[in-house]
Design a protein around this ligand. Structure first.
Ligand code: KG4
Ligand code: ZN
Length: 340
């Protein structure tokens, strides 16, 4: 395979329809996304049925515009890489079926990509100098995981969340405070004007010696806090609550990154997923890395959130190592790639 090899990436695992064209291992030709945030925001979360219908509407127009922008014809495409799981079944089906139809119609090979392996590649596309072994904190609306990535696509799950994902905690907290969706960016914005030492939130698992998270308790505690403030007739100090909440989530995440580094001895740390767009988390991880002599990789926000470049890059890497899919490729909503 040469550097002119062209991969078309397709990502529809949750609520973003994303299509990208990648040249070689990491040269971005075109990267496009159709967001469903406005469709889901009245509900404060992703409605699976609606997500599936919106992907179905968006995918062909997006494909046409990506091919036009990349000035590509079907004959230019060497590989179609599509997210086959984990994710929402109705969403995954749209991407996988589109990819299979294109593969048949164009006579181009297809490869099914694991969405979380895609998140690992987000760091490598954004930072070509990043190579395994490294640790990755994948932190989004559906995932909160610390993973080791080793040579040869060898991945280990060090630990994940027992209940809610960190992004889910942000979204639920925003809803409780009457803020918009998605909650993370709203809380981050409010937190800028708040004092993070105003309130203290209990975060499960923070002091344990295992790489594990729990974010369900923080929501209960926030609800009780808001109820009490309302009962006492006080104004809700939303910026202070947001700053304190953000601090608690950030501390919980970083405590386990620290533990993961000490357990594995791997001092190269990357971050991916929607919550990785959070400036407080990015700044504090940088500082922590600086203080402890780690290499820290913070991909730009557009590669942290769901995108098709990371899927194309992971697909290209797997294909280069001889992996293939065929027309039997089916979405697997709970596909796991961890070798523990
Ligand atoms: O990776 P992503 O775009 O989609 C999936 O969940 O797969 O992540 C979305 C999640 C949402 O829960 C959102 O609230 C959170 O990431 N998020 C943030 C920020 N931007 C997005 N959380 C905290 N701070 C942010 N700036
Ligand atoms: Zn994701």
């Amino acid at each position: 395979m040469d550097d002119g090899f062209i991969t078309l990436g397709i990502e529809t695992s949750c609520d973003d329809t994303a299509i990208a064209v990648l040249r070689g291992a990491g040269d971005v030709v075109c990267d496009a996304l159709s967001s469903q945030i406005r469709d889901h925001s009245p509900f404060g979360g992703v409605l699976p049925e609606l997500a599936s219908r919106k992907h179905q509407e968006a995918i062909i127009p997006l494909l046409r515009s990506v091919m036009a922008e990349a000035r590509a014809t079907p004959r230019d495409i060497d590989l179609i890489a599509v997210t086959a799981g984990p994710g929402l079944m109705g969403s995954l089906i749209v991407g996988v079926m589109a990819a299979k139809a294109l593969s048949q119609g164009w006579g181009v090979p297809i490869i099914g990509v694991n969405h979380l392996e895609g998140h690992l590649y987000a760091g490598m596309v954004a930072h070509p100098e990043l190579s395994p072994p490294f640790l990755c904190l994948i932190v989004s609306g559906g995932h909160t995981e610390i993973v080791t990535a080793r040579e040869g696509r060898n991945y280990t799950l060090l630990g994940d969340t027992r209940d809610d994902a960190a992004g889910e905690a942000y979204d639920k907290a925003a809803k409780l405070m009457g803020l918009g969706y998605p909650g993370g960016p709203e809380i981050e914005l409010m937190a800028r004007d708040g004092d993070s030492s105003s309130y203290s939130f209990p975060i499960g698992m923070k002091g344990t010696k295992t790489v594990e998270f729990s974010f369900s308790g923080v929501k209960t505690s926030l609800r009780a806090m808001i109820d009490n403030l309302k009962k006492s007739g006080s104004d809700i100090p939303t910026p202070d609550i947001c700053a304190s909440f953000q601090k608690a989530i950030t501390e919980a995440l970083l405590a386990k990154v620290k533990l993961a580094v000490s357990q594995t001895g791997i001092k190269r740390v990357a971050i991916s997923g929607g919550v990785a767009a959070n400036a407080a988390l990015r700044d504090e991880l940088s500082e922590l890395g600086h203080a402890n002599g780690w290499e820290v990789y913070l991909p730009p926000k557009k590669y942290c959130t769901d995108n098709a470049i990371m899927i194309a890059a992971a697909g290209y890497a797997a294909y280069s190592l001889g992996e293939r899919s065929d027309m039997s490729l089916s979405p697997d909503p709970s596909w796991s790639i961890w070798k523990n």
